[in-house]
Design a protein. Structure first.
Length: 254
């Protein structure tokens, strides 16, 4: 579970590792396979679900340009559409228990999933932003949160997510955050840990200039009774853990 007091006070909270090395090996292998398939260009639907590093401006890498032969997947959307086996980890009761704890109800649904990666040496940074409201998949009220399953752990060197603590309770805008703000904390965590992110907290992250991997499975969960104000864009949108479990079972017996 997470420290709920920290989540409510700071706008984020970090669990200890809930996934062991065997689980992480499976997830990392699935992510790497999806990335390779997307980069091959042989599956247009998969490639279309991706944002590639080559499409990102150099300013997101502190001005570093990519070499002609360099590219990587930055964001891969709807990953369980292309590898249903990942559902096993999304519906893990330890994870859904954290979601229920933070949202104050077990009546939860998944809005979307993605794999956000900052590739070694070339991974782009992410600007300060809040997750609510958003233009992708957004509920009517901020009765949601995002969860990061940190496959490699996060540290300052590999572009760990940073938070402006307490900003979920203030009106400070993304362009008003000074670089030396004492409220900025970096979420450093071990592989297999979970980071729970309040929908109104300002967060972002630096590029990954290190040789280290930084692959996160990102999930947006919401309260079932809170309607979406945007269209249901992904194969998992609006599904309960039980419905996803049934989908996984169907995949495994096919």
């Amino acid at each position: 579970m997470i420290n709920l007091s920290a989540y409510e006070h700071d706008g984020f909270a970090i669990s200890g590792p809930i996934f062991d090395e065997d689980d992480l090996t499976v997830m990392r292998g699935a992510v790497d396979s999806l990335h390779q398939r997307a980069l091959s260009g042989n599956e247009p639907d998969l490639s279309d679900a991706c944002v590639f590093e080559r499409a990102q401006p150099a300013r997101k890498r502190n001005g570093r340009e990519l070499a002609a032969d360099q590219d990587a997947v930055f964001i891969l959307g709807d990953p369980t559409r292309f590898d249903p086996g990942l559902l096993k980890f999304i519906i893990d009761t330890r994870l859904t228990g954290i979601v229920a704890q933070a949202l104050g109800t077990a009546d939860i649904v998944l809005h979307f999933a993605n794999i956000t990666s900052k590739a070694p040496k070339i991974g782009s940074g992410i600007s300060w932003h809040r997750d609510f409201p958003n233009k992708y998949i957004c509920p009517a009220e901020p009765e949601m949160l995002r969860i990061m399953i940190c496959l490699d752990g996060m540290q300052t060197d590999n572009g760990a997510t940073a938070f402006v603590t307490g900003s979920h309770k203030s009106s400070i805008s993304a362009n008003e955050v000074p670089a030396n703000d004492p409220c900025i904390l970096t979420a450093q965590c071990a592989p297999g840990a979970i980071v729970a992110i309040h929908p109104l907290v300002l967060h972002g992250g630096t590029p990954n200039a290190s040789a280290l991997q930084r692959r996160n499975l990102v999930l947006q969960w919401g309260v079932a009774e809170c309607p979406l104000m945007t269209e249901a864009r992904e194969s998992v949108t609006g599904m309960t853990p039980a419905e996803m479990a049934a989908q996984l079972s169907s995949h495994q017996t096919a």
